[in-house]
Design a protein around this ligand. Structure first.
Ligand SMILES: [Fe+2]
Ligand SMILES: [Fe+2]
Length: 204
């Protein structure tokens, strides 16, 4: 696993840190929902690899992709990074449970996601929402939580599992903290991530 993380880190620091934050957020959501350790572990590994298919793109293509995150579902890079993910682990029985979970991160329960899957597990929902949250809070550069919370509440039961949404909103408030004004706007990232801290990268 470490090798895949190194691969990701060497290619793109942004994607690497995003993946670690998605892992953290998934872990917090899963813990709030009282999920078992083995499920939390599966979520962690799936989070680490979910965007690994992007290592086949240049930094420039990735940067452009980040800028157009709003129209992300139409972006051809979505389709390609999922295909690459599948190819990279093709025939790898050990990685299959994690790859299967990671492949669903652009779905939703309304069936309007990338593969149009409707039947999604709790784990799928957790990874989907964690990825959505970090993309829109951090990768978008907006660093705002209010509209994300509003969006999630509006789509609870429609695009995403209701219980996961509730836990995710709670997790989001724990994980992405405010600067100094006591409101969830103008927030800063809380000391990088739990996973980053494990690696001793949390302090500049
Ligand atoms: Fe993705
Ligand atoms: Fe992602």
């Amino acid at each position: 696993m470490k090798n895949y993380l190194t691969l990701l880190k060497n290619h793109s620091e942004v994607l690497y840190e995003h993946s670690l934050r998605v892992a953290d957020l998934s872990n917090i959501i899963g813990s709030l929902l009282g999920l078992d350790e083995d499920i939390l572990y599966r979520l962690q590994i799936a989070s680490f690899i979910h965007d690994i298919g992007y290592i086949w793109f240049s930094e420039k293509a990735l940067a452009e992709h980040m800028e157009s995150l709003n129209e992300k579902e139409k972006d051809p890079l979505i389709s390609i990074h999922l295909k690459r993910l599948e190819e990279m682990f093709f025939g790898n029985v050990l990685m299959k449970p994690y790859v299967d979970l990671a492949l669903n991160h652009h779905e939703n329960i309304a069936g309007t996601g990338h593969f149009k899957k409707k039947v999604l597990t709790l784990e799928d929902n957790i990874l989907i929402i964690s990825n959505y949250i970090d993309e829109n809070i951090v990768l978008s550069g907006k660093q705002e939580t209010e509209n994300i919370i509003e969006y999630l509440e509006k789509n609870a039961g429609k695009l995403y599992d209701k219980n996961v949404v509730n836990a995710a909103i709670e997790a989001l408030k724990i994980y992405y903290t405010e600067f100094d004004n006591g409101k969830f706007s103008g927030l800063a990232l809380k000391s990088k991530t739990i996973n980053l801290r494990y690696e001793g990268l949390g302090k500049n």
